[in-house]
Ligand binder design. Structure first.
Ligand code: NAG
Ligand code: NAG
Ligand code: NAG
Ligand code: NAG
Ligand code: NAG
Length: 372
């Protein structure tokens, strides 16, 4: 079923203000008390080399019996220096309040050296790791291969851009929802061509058809593909991945307007980056603009059957490098506070809406079959 723009937005508005059970604040101490109700995640080791760990959440609807229906899956990628448990506390994809009537299996991946491929000078083969996770859960669980989705925060969201561009893996993911993404790319020369060193970082025009990997960083073209069955034969076709990005106006870690980031690599402005995805997905780069709340705005690309294929949500001028939530979380709480004592709260406080149910709604609407 296709959603019209109006019904899509109505759905977003209904979901965006849903609140989770988790919200307690204390005015007497410097740090608010946040109830840590994260479910125990099952720790699993990859059987493929290199052996790395990942974490699994199965919803109550997954009993694993012979009549078990295939469930959709969200793979979630934490930000730099964070881990799987901390990401589960931020994204709450496992929360039945946010899952609503569609149970999701949630898989938390964990970076080998605290951050992900696509971040300058990170050499880990995280694309291979992700493919191996998909192989392993496909072999051990009843998963719906048409509904495998990727989400994540910051450098983990930047890695989603790597996955979305990757010729070996993108076709296995149906859609992506990066939050506060770090979308590193190469500088331009004065002639406008990408350069691996020197040049200038022009965030509003920089070539985002490239992504980084390796140490030293090397460039890869962004050429999404998928293998589909045409007339009974598996065939590689170009693919237009649905993408929904969220970004805060007062993000100083990965600024909304881009600029020089880690190791002096260039970050695009978020409007430029999302418009480049609209173009790559064969959509006009013009958008329909709609208020989510008095502070947050959705920019929607596409029309007709592609309505909302590419979207960006401006979280609001006061939202920092934080996962948008109407309650306190590890990101938006004061610096130095947290259920994990991580000391990495941004201090911007609750946002005007919740990103999580909007992401789940977006995933519900974009199974891989809708595009091929
Ligand atoms: C990354 O890992 C995958 C899966 O193990 C492997 O097929 C691929 O060749 C590796 N890529 C590189 C560049 O090492
Ligand atoms: C799971 O395995 C089946 C059978 O080999 C395959 O058709 C499907 O594409 C796989 N799904 C994923 C997500 O790898
Ligand atoms: C990118 O350009 C900026 C100047 O705009 C420069 O300071 C920076 O070092 C360059 N980055 C790289 C990796 O060469
Ligand atoms: C959406 O369109 C408006 C009006 O043309 C423009 O000002 C804004 O920058 C666009 N936003 C994005 C994210 O493309
Ligand atoms: C993540 O880090 C926190 C400390 O911030 C720790 O309590 C938790 O056990 C770690 N989780 C994993 C999966 O390593």
């Amino acid at each position: 079923m296709l959603f019209s723009f109006v019904s899509l937005l109505a759905r977003f508005l209904a979901l965006a203000t849903l609140s989770s059970a988790q919200t307690t604040t204390s005015s007497t101490s410097v740090c608010p008390s946040i109830v840590s109700d994260i479910p125990i995640l099952t720790t699993l080791s990859l059987t493929a080399e290199p052996t790395r760990t990942f974490y699994q959440f199965l919803p109550p609807a997954y009993t694993g019996g012979p009549s078990q229906s295939a469930l959709p899956v969200i793979l979630s990628f934490h930000g730099a220096s964070r881990n799987a448990t901390e990401q589960a506390g931020l994204d709450r994809f496992w929360d039945p309040v946010f899952q609503g009537s569609t149970p999701y299996i949630v898989i938390y991946a964990e970076a080998h050296k605290t951050t992900w491929e696509g971040t300058p000078n990170i050499i880990d083969n995280d694309t291979g790791y992700t493919g191996n996770i998909l192989d392993q859960i496909n072999a051990s669980l009843s998963i719906d291969s048409e509904r495998i989705f990727g989400s994540g925060k910051s450098d983990g969201a930047g890695f989603l851009n790597v996955l979305a561009c990757d010729t070996s893996l993108e076709g296995r993911f149906a859609a992506f929802a990066p939050v506060s993404g770090a979308f590193y790319t190469f500088n331009d020369t004065t002639a406008g061509t990408p350069t691996e060193s020197g040049g200038t970082c022009n965030p509003a025009v920089v070539d985002t058809d490239l992504y980084l990997s390796g140490d030293p960083p090397v460039s890869h073209a962004c050429t999404p593909t998928a293998t589909v069955t045409l007339n009974g034969t598996p065939t590689v076709v170009s693919r237009v991945p649905p993408i929904l990005e969220f970004h805060g106006g007062s993000d100083t870690t990965i600024p909304y307007n881009g600029g020089l980031g880690r190791d002096n690599f260039c970050l695009p402005t978020i409007p430029h980056w999302i418009q480049q995805w609209a173009a790559r997905d064969n959509l006009p780069v013009t958008n329909t603009t709609s208020a989510i709340t008095s502070e947050a705005t959705a920019f929607i690309f596409g029309s007709g059957t592609t309505d909302g294929l590419v979207m960006h949500v401006f979280d609001g001028p006061d939202v920092s490098h934080s996962w948008p939530a109407t309650f306190l979380n590890d990101d938006n709480q004061p610096p130095g506070c947290g259920p994990f004592g991580g000391g990495d709260g941004n201090g911007d406080g609750p946002a005007s809406f919740n990103a999580t149910p909007m992401i789940i709604s977006f995933f519900n609407e974009w199974p891989r079959t809708r595009l091929t």
